[in-house]
Design a protein around this ligand. Sequence first.
Ligand SMILES: [Cu+2]
Length: 135
Amino acid sequence: MKKAKLKISAALFLGAFALTSCGYAQESNANMETTEFKVFGNCGMCEKTIEGSLNGQDGIGTADWDKDTKMISVSYDAKKLDENKIKQMIASVGYDTDSHRAKKSTYSSLPGCCQYQRPEKSNEINTDEQNIKSK
Ligand SMILES: [Cu+2]
């Protein structure tokens, strides 16, 4: 009888662990949302910089950029952040997204291998205010 009880509690424990490791705990937080968008960049160093601009920040769950597809997947607390703010955070370290453009000076200070081909779009939000004025 004692053994049976032990087995049941072990099963419950394992079950709870499995749910947690599948991200169930995070999904039960109603504020967590996931978004995916393009971030321009080249290499593994870009990946570290791009992800580093988000990971560990308040409201960010995880950030994962793929250097082949140039797509980033970000889970975030929708009460604290939105996609616009996340794109601003990425632009602040020198990386353009589909809608936000990094400051020219920040882009220029990236290592040579990281100076990716910048997108040419007219409807993007330019985070370089001096650039906007001179246009
Ligand atoms: Cu790079």
